[in-house]
Design a protein around this ligand. Structure first.
Ligand code: CO
Length: 146
């Protein structure tokens, strides 16, 4: 396994609009994407950029709000009504290689490899096999500065 950059922390919220106000007014975020919908994944998504010394390409906060009543994050929000940290996402150079390695280690992978919110292939690994953290593995975007 070749660990890459911490791409984002997924944060569940009942209202992306309210969360945007929080990140802008309380946390001082200056770069926040326009929210968009991923109906096939059951979520609405918005990215809050954190800066690095060289610009705005630091780890992101990925705000996720349920798309509808069948959203996979409804259960999490039922248990955590205020929302909160839902998953962490690490980059890897090669998604198929990483998947094969996790499988070989006996880690439970949740569903197929699919295209995630950044437009690159991702998969999720079961929190019970990952020190209690739902872990998203994402192929490093070919063009970091999009
Ligand atoms: Co994510």
């Amino acid at each position: 396994m070749k660990l890459g950059r911490l791409n984002h922390i997924g944060v569940a919220t009942t209202s992306i609009a309210d969360s945007i106000v929080h990140y802008r007014e309380v946390m001082g975020a200056t770069s926040i994407s326009t929210p968009f919908e991923l109906p096939e994944q059951g979520v609405k998504v918005c990215f809050v950029d954190t800066p690095t010394e060289t610009g705005l390409n630091g780890t992101q906060i990925e705000l996720i709000e349920p798309y509808d009543d069948s959203s996979p994050i409804n259960g999490f929000l039922a248990k955590n009504p205020a929302g909160g940290q839902h998953h962490v996402c690490f980059e890897v150079p090669d998604i198929e290689e990483a998947r094969a390695e996790f499988e070989a280690m006996g880690k439970r992978i949740l569903g197929p490899t699919r295209i995630g919110a950044h437009g690159t292939p991702i998969f999720f690994v079961h929190p019970k096999d990952m020190q209690g953290m739902l872990t998203e593995i994402m192929e490093t975007p070919k063009d970091r500065y999009h």
